[in-house]
Write a protein that binds this ligand. Structure first.
Ligand SMILES: [Fe+2]
Length: 308
């Protein structure tokens, strides 16, 4: 295991899963993700060549219910032990005082993402999900108003939960994760993750050759700064580490305002990168960790986790 506190806290565990476990997970999920990739709307094929299967999607939920390997993994990822892997190390390290206070001043707990969904009838739940999967051009004016009202109500409800938690000296984190498959063309620019993400992890399920891209690259500011852009100018940062995906490897980091990372361009048409992207996420961007010393905002796309 490698743990580093500068320029932002991150850890790398080479054998979080065994190669055998990864092989079983991919074998179980392969037909489902390829089927999903073919029928996916534009929303789920992003960043050049990445298909995202969110944990709230019925296909992945089915997999977790039916496959022993996926069920074990899901339970492991959603446990408090997962965040403790990183947080216990961070709070015992010489980090900035405001970050330490943010972590230690409230009781962190894990729960599902709050949503108004539970107050809706089955009919309205399905209607809302359907509308979130539709493109705006396919929707009627009434449908657009209906979706906008529910989205707004959901946003307000999550703000209320954040406020209530704040008053009760608690912080609610919800694990939003996806099983992703990326191929030739996939890349990510240098960025920190969105405002509501607190702890982010990448769990690789297969190994890549050195020369096919798809590496995770970590960056730091060239000059000492006191405030950071969510997406920095490339000339203002330098790469200090690059990590080649290998089966079972976990990378986890605290999403501070300078937690800059990128994915290098995948160049080989035969290569597939199977991985799990996860983020322990606040109910809203109120009291965001990433916004401490941040020069701008990067809203979290909660709607990805409301679609079927
Ligand atoms: Fe990211």
């Amino acid at each position: 295991m490698k743990f580093s506190i500068r320029p932002f806290p991150y850890l790398v565990i080479d054998d979080f899963l065994s190669s055998d476990e990864c092989e079983k997970l991919i074998t179980e999920a392969n037909p489902a993700i390829h089927r999903y990739r073919k029928k996916s709307s534009v929303n789920t094929n992003t960043m050049g060549g990445r298909t995202i299967l969110p944990c709230t999607n019925d296909t992945l939920k089915d997999l977790i219910n039916k496959s022993k390997e996926w069920k074990i993994l899901h339970e492991r990822l959603t446990s408090i032990n997962m965040i403790d892997l990183l947080l216990e190390k961070v709070v015992n390290s010489p980090i900035e005082e405001d970050i330490k206070v943010w972590i230690k001043s409230k009781n962190i707990y894990i729960d599902q993402l709050p949503s108004i969904n539970k107050f809706l009838s089955n009919k309205f739940q399905s209607k809302w999900k359907r509308s979130l999967n539709s493109s705006v051009s396919d929707m009627s004016s009434l449908g657009l108003i209906f979706t906008a009202c529910l989205n707004m109500s959901d946003h307000i409800y999550r703000l209320v939960i954040s406020l209530a938690d704040h008053l009760l000296r608690r912080r609610r984190l919800s694990l939003l994760y996806d099983y992703s498959l990326s191929k030739k063309g996939y890349t990510r620019e240098v960025h920190r993750d969105s405002d509501s993400r607190v702890i982010v992890f990448l769990l690789y399920l297969n190994s890549l050759e050195e020369d096919v891209g798809g590496k995770l690259c970590l960056y730091k500011s060239i000059n000492e700064k006191t405030i950071y852009d969510p997406i920095p100018k490339i000339s203002s940062v330098e790469k200090f580490e690059q990590i080649t995906p290998s089966s079972g490897k976990l990378i986890m980091f605290l999403n501070t305002s300078n937690a800059y990372h990128a994915a290098s361009l995948m160049t080989n048409s035969q290569t597939e990168r199977h991985f799990i992207y996860g983020g322990f996420t606040l109910s809203s961007d109120l009291f965001s960790l990433a916004n401490i010393r941040s020069n701008g905002s990067a809203p979290t796309a909660y709607s990805v986790y409301r679609q079927k």
